[in-house]
Design a protein around this ligand. Structure first.
Ligand SMILES: C[S@@+](CC[C@H](N)C(=O)[O-])C[C@H]1O[C@@H](n2cnc3c(N)ncnc32)[C@H](O)[C@@H]1O
Length: 258
């Protein structure tokens, strides 16, 4: 109650949770509930829902990042890194100087990631934290990646400002996220598939259709490629570019702190 009086706007239903309107203060708790529920089946569901496509998209992100193959020190922060797909790929393709920190707000997703990354030893570490207020000093990472994490956040601008803060000068920002389909007909087919098949699949495989309905709805609420480009620029980044994947079903945005 005291919190509501301090910031009445935060208690208004003024942000989206999928297609629902909820109070800003309530959204993160709802998102956390979704990932606590889906964590055990998260990786399997990704493969089933995307027919394995998410693996190609994640490999595209790592190729574009092009981490050094040498032993030169290279510090990656993978935000909303969940079960570790991006950080593990980066470590696999880079030299011995590379290390990765996965920062995620969900203890349940981190638990799965820790088990998967056990073989990486000290090169991989996990920190529980919020992308909107990262628990790291300024200018300590060479690269910041985020895959399918941004659309779950309440305050995108705050997260982008934080990304800029923790990157070193010359540091790279890469974001893989569902985006706006650019191919006529593909958008209709994609909508039909995602709104009908994915919640059913979520119900059958994970026993939870509501969480998967949220995941689909949150895709439609995320800014399109050009709008997101502008937001990244507003946070201070330069040389902002994007690449569409599979006709714009997903997109990778790249930017530099210069
Ligand atoms: C769809 S998963 C993506 C996981 C992984 N990056 C991948 O591509 O498979 C979204 C992740 O964002 C995390 N997340 C949601 N809100 C967050 C926040 N405010 N700060 C950090 N992580 C958050 C969730 O816990 C979840 O692990």
């Amino acid at each position: 109650m005291a919190e509501d009086l301090k910031n009445p706007a935060a208690a208004e239903p003024n942000t989206s949770f999928g297609f629902a309107r909820v109070a800003q203060d309530a959204k993160q708790g709802l998102v956390n509930d979704v990932f606590a529920r889906v964590a055990p089946r998260y990786d399997l569901m990704n493969d089933l829902m995307s027919g394995g496509l998410h693996r190609l998209w994640k490999s595209d992100l790592v190729s574009w990042l092009a981490p050094p193959k040498s032993a030169v020190p290279y510090a990656l922060l993978d935000v909303a890194g969940g079960t570790g797909d991006i950080a593990l790929r980066v470590l696999e393709t880079s030299g011995h100087g590379a290390s990765a920190v996965i920062c995620d707000i969900s203890a349940e997703m981190i638990e799965i990631g820790r088990a998967r990354g056990a073989g990486e030893g000290k090169r991989l570490s996990f920190v529980r934290g919020n992308a909107e207020a990262l628990p790291f000093a300024k200018a300590c990472f060479d690269a910041y990646t985020v895959a399918f994490g941004m659309r779950n956040l309440t305050r995108l601008e705050a997260a982008l400002t934080e990304a800029y803060r923790v990157l070193k000068l010359g540091g790279r920002f890469l974001c893989l996220e569902f985006s706006s389909v650019q191919v006529p007909l593909l958008d209709t087919l994609y909508d039909a598939y995602s709104f009908n098949a994915i919640p059913v699949l979520g119900g059958l495989v994970a026993g939870d259709s509501a969480s998967y309905r949220y995941l689909v709805e949150s895709i439609r609420r995320f800014p399109d490629q050009k709008t997101f480009t502008q937001m990244i620029e507003n946070a201070g980044f330069e040389r902002v570019r994007y690449r569409n994947l599979t006709g714009g079903i997903a997109a990778i945005h790249s930017a530099w702190r210069l």
